[in-house]
Design a protein around this ligand. Structure first.
Ligand SMILES: [Zn+2]
Length: 297
């Protein structure tokens, strides 16, 4: 199977992370640059304008605004434009509260480069929020390099934002694929099975183990297709296709509410909007693109 380079939602951002231009002097210059822009967040939600685009301001517009730490966070340079992100306290007055929108609800309508910027910002803010204290000695840590990592002044340890690897797999049997649904999903929604990679495990092994645990099926021929950064809060979704000759599903009800085999014909009809056999995964998810990839084979 060939690896198809797909511009996956949340990936494909145009930012140069400028890791060699992050001294205090560099950041001050970027903040003063007339072309600089800043995206604004509150409780993990980006501020959006009335046209569905990210609401961006110049960093100097935030003077006197109650911003949360870490600040400033330099996401990177887009062309010649430094792009910052700021998290705002609820007491801020610069943007109406309703401008901050839940990304899962708007991701499908956002422009690809803005989705990549917002996803990167969301993951970084969440990591800093969850890692305010040094995991080596317990002292308060401080953000370094304009938000790229954090540093403990007590034991001098640097801590870098972590990304958690997750396998997400399309399980194929002849011309059918297995999809499952978790409790609380919208009615009729089905998607590819997924699970976290455990320490000491390859992604192929994680795929085999998770499939066995969730639906009691043995899979082989695990192949990597493509991956996606997923900012809820910070996963790397590794899209796989695997195969089985077993059809009997033994559902693990602690993990899934239902799982079913769907024929390629049915999945194609759902994607063509000619069938409502199930609600397909949203376009901004890797599961959607894995299914499209399979349909294109
Ligand atoms: Zn420490």
């Amino acid at each position: 199977m060939t690896i198809k380079p797909t511009p996956m939602p949340f990936a494909g951002g145009q930012l140069d992370y400028a890791e060699d231009r992050r001294t205090i002097g560099d950041i001050r210059k970027f903040l003063d640059n007339k072309k600089s822009r800043a995206v604004l967040f509150q409780n993990g939600k980006p501020a959006m304008d009335e046209n569905g685009a990210l609401h961006m301001v110049h960093p100097s517009d935030l003077k006197g605004t109650n911003v949360a730490q870490p600040a400033p966070v330099l996401l990177g340079i887009r062309g010649d434009q430094p792009v910052f992100a700021f998290a705002l306290h609820e007491s801020q007055k610069i943007v109406p509260a309703e401008a901050f929108q839940e990304m899962r609800f708007i991701a499908g309508r956002m422009k690809p480069d803005e989705l990549a910027i917002a996803g990167r910002a969301r993951s970084l803010f969440e990591w800093h929020h969850q890692h305010q204290f040094c995991s080596s000695c317990g002292a308060k840590s401080t953000a370094a390099s304009a938000g790229m990592y954090s540093h403990c002044n007590s034991c001098q340890t640097d801590h870098f934002p972590r990304v958690n690897p997750v396998v997400i797999m399309l399980i194929l049997r002849e011309d059918e694929c297995l999809l499952g649904r978790s409790p609380g999903w919208p009615e009729g929604a089905y998607s590819a099975l997924a699970g976290f990679v455990s320490p000491g495990e390859s992604m192929e092994e994680a795929c085999v183990r998770e499939t066995k645990e969730e639906v009691g099926i043995d899979v082989t021929n695990v192949n990597y297709v493509f991956s996606q950064p997923w900012p809820f809060p910070s996963q790397l979704m590794m899209g796989l296709i695997c195969h089985t000759d077993q059809d009997k599903i033994t559902l693990n009800q602690d993990e899934l509410e239902a799982a079913k085999w769907f024929s390629k014909e049915t999945v194609q009809a759902v994607f063509n909007k000619q069938s409502e056999a199930f609600l397909r995964p949203p376009r901004f998810t890797i599961a959607h693109h894995l299914l499209r990839y399979w349909l294109s084979q």
